[in-house]
Design a protein around this ligand. Structure first.
Ligand SMILES: C[S@@+](CC[C@H](N)C(=O)[O-])C[C@H]1O[C@@H](n2cnc3c(N)ncnc32)[C@H](O)[C@@H]1O
Length: 272
């Protein structure tokens, strides 16, 4: 039985609403990637590390009632959220599966399409999971991955050391449990895993306080700063300084920030 381990960013309702906002910001890029990858009606798909299922619900529209989607997720709370939405929206083509992608087996040569977004960054051995996912793809199947290439590319203008120093501590803390810039591990491993790189698209933006993506980043950064203070990774003074510097940044109409550099990777399985 899969252990319901709380993932690094938490599994509660606040994290569900943060993931909903994040999905809204990135939904159009994801749908464009689905189109490029050739996801279509009647396919079998795996949404790996599905969270509360936002991606699976979009996939269900495209794949239609004849298709089949497995929403694989470790958290009991998220599996319950997925199950509720399936019942409310009658999305019987989605099957929630509570599993740990690192520990539990996947069926081999099962899926036409696999989607993984912001999951490799939380894994102890991302390349072992990549191998498992490749085996689970049918020959010729597609995999779409969205993972950070350089989270540190996020910068604040004007800079304030209370912001940039906390950002560095956040990166160092993340690296205790996984590789935040997971795309840097995956990209050099593609050919050896029997995959062809169909496309690689960097996503990087310069945003201002009025941009939607600004909310996406700060809805993560501010609570995460306080969480790190409660874990004694930051002092309370550092976390409060981070918040105060953020308030000054947001009040400045000329302020800008760059987003973390995100890699959209579309792969095709070439080996039998
Ligand atoms: C940042 S969320 C992303 C959710 C979703 N992929 C999205 O893009 O909205 C990461 C998800 O991966 C799940 N996760 C992390 N490690 C996992 C593992 N070993 N097995 C299965 N799910 C895992 C977490 O529970 C969480 O729901």
């Amino acid at each position: 039985m899969t252990k319901d381990t709380t993932y690094y960013l938490g599994n509660d309702d606040k994290e569900i609403s943060r993931l909903a906002l994040q999905h809204a910001v990135w939904r159009s890029a994801m749908l464009a990637a689905f189109e490029t990858a050739g996801i279509g009606p009647g396919q079998r798909a795996l949404d790996c590390g599905a969270g509360p299922g936002f991606v699976s619900f979009d996939m269900a529209e495209i794949i239609g009632p004849q298709g089949k989607i497995t929403a694989l997720e470790r958290s009991t709370h998220y599996i319950a959220a997925i199950t509720r939405t399936i019942a409310q929206r009658g999305l019987s083509q989605i099957t929630p599966r509570q599993a740990d992608i690192e520990q539990d087996p996947l069926p081999e040569s099962e899926y036409d399409f696999i989607f993984v977004r912001w999951v490799f960054a939380f894994l102890g051995d991302p390349l072992a999971v990549l191998d498992k996912l490749v085996k689970a793809l049918k020959p010729g199947g597609r995999m779409v991955i969205f993972e950070y290439y350089d989270w540190g590319a996020m910068q604040f203008m004007p800079d304030d050391p209370r912001l940039s120093s906390v950002k560095e501590i956040m990166i160092a803390d993340w690296r205790k449990i996984g590789e935040v810039d997971a795309a840097k591990l995956i990209l050099p491993a593609i050919t050896a895993h029997g995959l062809h790189l169909a496309s690689l698209t960097p996503h990087f933006r310069v945003i201002s306080p009025t941009d939607f993506a600004w909310q996406w980043l700060w809805r993560f950064l501010l609570p995460h700063g306080q969480t790190l203070a409660s874990r004694k990774v930051l002092t309370q003074e550092q976390a409060d300084g981070f918040e105060n510097a953020y308030k000054a940044l947001e009040a400045n109409p000329d302020a800008r920030m760059t987003t973390p550099l995100l890699a959209e990777i579309i792969l095709k399985k070439t080996r039998p």
